[in-house]
Design a protein around this ligand. Structure first.
Ligand SMILES: Nc1ncnc2c1ncn2[C@@H]1O[C@H](COP(=O)(O)OP(=O)(O)OP(=O)(O)O)[C@@H](O)[C@H]1O
Ligand SMILES: [Mg+2]
Length: 231
């Protein structure tokens, strides 16, 4: 995917991406402080928001092959199971109930299979939205802070599932998260945002360990200190 001279204004904020290439089949991290444009870019890529100018070249990707999950996922007024099978149903694809039950059991939701999805807790909603996103194996999956309310065992379960699948059948992922440990573990590449621009892109090692950019170094250090402080 290639993004060129993209511009989007929202109130006083302007997102401006001059040149960004996202390698297919890799896991990309969008990192940066609050309000720097990560979700805006994700929505532009998904076509949820129109851009003011510039170009997003999705290559051969069609919008049926991409999905995005958010921190507060949108769930249909239906059961957990009906939500999960929705992407398969609209495509008239086969439903693998064995896999669904396995996933629900692994993340502690099997007994809630027929529960009204909107009655779930926030972390449970995030799990359902992730299963719903992964189940139809889209070629591009944007995960916008969908792990934020999940317990550590569930985070590890999804991390393992995604990384194992990447080895067998690589997909393009965009992970947006403030959890640097999660980004470090999952991502091949990191794109660091500040004030509506990407100020550095590179491999996860380059950005975490070798960046000389002061904003990035400060961000990393603050996160580390806060982490230590919490222990
Ligand atoms: N409709 C709007 N009107 C005014 N400002 C807007 C509008 N939509 C977005 N913004 C502003 O755009 C900026 C970027 O928002 P965005 O959601 O992309 O940030 P983010 O990097 O995802 O932040 P966070 O880490 O908090 O999720 C914010 O400052 C936000 O207030
Ligand atoms: Mg956001």
């Amino acid at each position: 995917m290639k993004i060129t001279d993209l511009k989007k204004k929202a109130g006083k904020f302007t997102l401006q991406i001059e040149d960004l290439t996202l390698e297919e089949g890799a896991v990309h991290g969008f990192v940066g402080g609050n309000g720097c444009g990560k979700t805006t870019l994700a929505k532009l890529i998904m076509g949820i928001l129109p851009s003011d100018s510039g170009r997003i070249d999705l290559g051969k990707l069609s919008n049926l092959e991409m999905t995005m999950t958010s921190q507060r996922p949108y769930l249909l007024h239906k059961s957990v199971y009906e939500n999960i099978i929705f992407p398969l149903k609209i495509r008239k694809w086969e439903i693998d109930d064995g896999f669904i039950e396995e996933m629900l059991e692994a993340c502690g939701l099997l007994e809630k299979k027929n529960q009204y999805a909107r009655s779930l807790s926030s972390g449970e909603r995030q799990k359902v939205s992730l299963i719903r996103a992964l189940i139809f194996k889209p070629k591009l999956i944007i995960i916008d802070e969908t792990f934020s309310n999940m317990d550590i065992e569930s985070v590890k379960l999804f991390e393992k599932l995604i990384l194992e699948n990447q080895r067998k059948d690589p997909r393009t992922f965009i992970m947006i998260s403030h959890q640097l440990a999660h980004i470090y573990k999952m991502c091949d590449y990191v794109h660091f945002f500040s004030k509506g621009r990407i100020i550095d892109s590179g491999t996860v090692e380059d950005i975490f360990h070798k960046s000389n950019n002061e904003i990035i170094r400060n961000y990393m250090e603050t996160q580390m200190i806060e982490k230590r402080g919490n222990i």
